[in-house]
Design a protein. Sequence first.
Length: 270
Amino acid sequence: MQTSCQANEENRTPRPSAISISGLSKSYRSRAGKVDALRNVSFDVRDGEFVSVVGPSGCGKSTVLKLMAGILPKSRGTISVEGEELRGPSSRIGVVFQSPVLLPWRTIYDNIMLPIDVRKASRNEHRERALALIKLVGLDGFERRYPFELSGGMQQRVSICRALINDPAILLMDEPFGALDAMTREHMNLELQRIWTERRKTVFLITHSIPEAVFLSDRVIAMTSRPGTVDEIIDIELPRPRELDMTSDVAFGDYTKRIRAKFGSKAVFG
């Protein structure tokens, strides 16, 4: 088990950047004219780090993630992944969205294998990894089940496995637990922390839950209202591993109050 001292020492140790964002801006054209979604966003995510983003509804959180995934073109700025400029979707990046988007006619195993089939890669070469991921997320015995036979939380675990099947260095997550009930969401937070601890991927999480961001993250990026930009990056210096009881601690509460105060009582999250 990692102690508080060990965690703090690790946080002080310089690590290379997995993702570097510099001067990132995104504008859309609408009938009403130009809409600036993001303006001059800059930050780094270090290798193996867990970073979350919070901000008011419409501030561009999901837009940032889609730009980082290479599925939206940027207007200005640069995005570098492991030192190379990103110019489109990359096999080094896995993405998990709010909805699991599982194909109902495919078994759980076949849904996880979908990226392999799309690339026309060898299923045999990825079989052991798929089974290991299924075991990692606690879905042993469900390989031949179909999505309708699984709960929402279980379906999202399948989505995480699918994002990890190509063994990406970076995992982008866009409000993956937003549609789950409170108890399932708490359980999935613990599961995600365990998966991150065991696999040590670089994780970038978009969430509208400030407590979730504080519980999971090494750092939390607070964004402004649209056009979204970085307001502040807050280091979360809490010991790991984190248990749910920690959410009632004074230190945890201080972090959530500090972040919530940035948005005011009228801020709408989503």
